[in-house]
Design a protein around this ligand. Structure first.
Ligand code: ZN
Length: 304
């Protein structure tokens, strides 16, 4: 017996040959098991985190330059904050903060989970580059719909996104397919957003035929999914990006955060002579004694 093929945790960039439209196919499995397994989310919250993480892979992998793409949603609902970070090497992390008391009684609807708020996209290309941020109001349909709306309204890029999720033990497995027109040349002047890019209607109609079963079937190679949908006009797949859960927290970051505290502040925060820093993404904890913090401060003062 051979094990079932497992085509999960990957991003396939592709281009439709005839129309030149570009796209991404994303499917996530074990990566989400790991991300969601670090927390005990109620099911609707877990699904929302899974959706945010999947969208971060789709949109982050469309960037031309390397960097960190962050998707952040903030609202007045029981899920106060939702964050997913995708780094161009395929690293993914995500979490949601939520009010346990309220969320237990909230139906499984995006509008009620997040409430009224906004969705922000941040691109951080590292030191020496300006941080980019785009914001769109969350109007209650879904996270995917809000992201799609953002690209059309703020970036003036026709974008069509389809998202699928299925429960898997205490986690969710997901897939997403996106097609997007090439960004317009800013120097080319005004263009009419109502005028659809060539081939858009056809591609969009084909995208609509994708079923959840096909999109989520880990035994089905993503190239096969793309071929079934788009073979008529031709589709070219580019190098696969493998996605994995990898957090950017670490001892060094915790040290830097804490060494900024004054002695009095550190004493105030300490419990039995220790301060614990917990990473909201991966739940790792870093513990320092007051003596260690005082040594850190002395080292900082010496270096500065
Ligand atoms: Zn972490």
């Amino acid at each position: 017996m051979f094990p079932e093929p497992n085509h999960n945790d990957l991003i396939i960039p592709f281009q439709l040959e005839q129309s030149g439209l570009r796209g991404r196919f994303v499917r996530l499995g074990a990566t989400l098991d790991e991300i969601l397994g670090k927390h005990q989310y109620p099911q609707p919250v877990a699904r929302l985190v899974a959706e945010a993480a999947t969208l971060a892979c789709v949109l982050g992998s469309m960037l031309k330059e390397d960097g960190i793409f962050s998707l952040q949603a903030k609202g007045d609902g029981p899920v106060g904050m939702l964050v997913a970070d995708y780094t161009s090497d395929g690293s993914l992390r995500a979490y949601a903060s939520f009010n346990k008391d309220v969320v237990a009684t909230v139906p499984d609807s995006f509008a009620e989970l997040l409430g009224t708020g906004y969705l922000a996209f941040t691109i951080d290309r590292g030191e020496g580059f300006e941080r980019y941020q785009g914001i769109v109001e969350v109007d209650g349909a879904s996270l995917t719909a809000a992201a799609q709306h953002y690209f059309l309204q703020s970036e003036q890029i026709h974008t069509e996104l389809k998202f699928f999720a299925a429960p898997h033990a205490h986690s969710f497995h997901t897939a997403a397919l996106c097609i997007q027109a090439m960004p317009h040349d800013a120097d080319a002047g005004d263009h009419d957003l109502d005028r659809l890019p060539p081939g858009w209607d056809e591609a969009s109609a084909l995208l609509a035929t994708l079923s959840a079963a096909e999109a989520l079937d880990a035994a089905l190679h993503p190239h096969e999914v793309l071929f079934r949908l788009f073979h008529e006009g031709g589709v070219r797949a580019y190098d696969t990006v493998h996605v994995m859960h990898r957090c950017r927290c670490g001892l060094g970051r915790a040290e830097r955060a804490l060494s900024a505290l004054s002695e009095a502040e550190a004493e105030e925060l300490a419990d039995a002579g220790r301060i614990e820093v917990r990473c909201e993404f991966c739940n790792s904890t870093y513990t320092f004694t007051l003596q260690e913090l005082s040594d850190l401060r002395a080292k900082d003062a010496g270096a500065g």
